[in-house]
Design a binder for this molecule. Structure first.
Ligand code: ADP
Ligand code: ADP
Ligand code: ZN
Length: 214
């Protein structure tokens, strides 16, 4: 069982690679972004509370996301967890360490997905996901099949995120540099950081992550 963090700016390819690991290694993806969007879609109180913050591209409070992750870790995962988009602050990183220790689990690796900022606008503005299964598509690099049906589940429900625009991305990148990038030093100092070149093809990135884990 392997527990890993995928760390990188918005659009780095975390979700894409997390899905690959789920399919190939039976790991469980824990994406706080997906959980927050689900809470919004359900119309829950928490979902309403975070809607504006997410639309602006700012981070929601540590308390909220740590609560979400705590619930999921308690459910366990035989193949291990992939933390995707969490932790995003030093406070979240400390909390994750505590939660894993409580459950008798350890963190095996933190994979930095390094991508130039200049590539992120195109990554984000071209992104869509399948409403049926969550498969991640891109207008240029991974377009929807010509018949409009998801190659994974056959759904025709193309979803685009309201926060996937240039304005919000600017704020999200600023948040990343101010609050999340210190985690690179934090995990480097613990001897857990590994870096892969996220500008390569999806297949090459997947191969590098596999090599880092084996
Ligand atoms: P994140 O979860 O880090 O925000 P995603 O996995 O959603 O990133 O990827 C962002 C966009 O970039 C998606 O449209 C995805 O299809 C595309 N993408 C992901 N990895 C690559 C890659 N290696 N090369 C080109 N495009 C990619
Ligand atoms: P991306 O794919 O662009 O990296 P996510 O789906 O991970 O984006 O997150 C979308 C938004 O949800 C973030 O901009 C932020 O508002 C909120 N969010 C997600 N995860 C966290 C977290 N761990 N801490 C605080 N806010 C978060
Ligand atoms: Zn699908």
């Amino acid at each position: 069982m392997t527990n890993i963090i995928l760390l990188g700016p918005p659009g780095a390819g975390k979700g894409t690679q997390a899905r690959h690991l789920v399919e190939n290694r039976g790991m469980v993806q824990l994406s706080t972004g997906d959980m927050l969007r689900e809470a919004q879609a359900n119309g829950s109180e928490m979902g309403k509370k975070v809607a504006d913050v997410i639309a602006r591209g700012e981070l929601v409070t540590d308390e909220i996301v740590i609560g979400l992750i705590r619930e999921k870790i308690a459910e366990g995962a035989e193949g291990g967890f992939i933390f995707d988009g969490f932790p995003r602050t030093l406070g979240q990183a400390d909390a994750l360490g505590d939660l894993l220790a409580e459950m008798g689990l350890k963190l095996d690796a933190v994979i930095e997905m390094a991508v130039d900022d200049s590539a992120l606008v195109a990554r984000i503005t071209g992104r869509s996901t399948c409403g049926g299964c969550g498969e991640v598509y891109h207008d240029q690099t991974k377009p929807w099949p010509a018949d409009g049906k998801c190659s994974n589940c056959g759904s025709t429900d193309v979803k685009r995120r309201a926060d996937d625009n240039e304005d919000s991305l600017k704020t999200r990148l600023m948040e990343y540099y101010k609050k999340t990038s210190p985690l690179l030093g934090y995990y480097y100092a613990k001897g857990q950081l590994q870096s892969v070149d996220g500008l390569q093809s999806m297949e090459a990135v997947a191969a590098d992550i596999a090599a880092a884990l084996d």
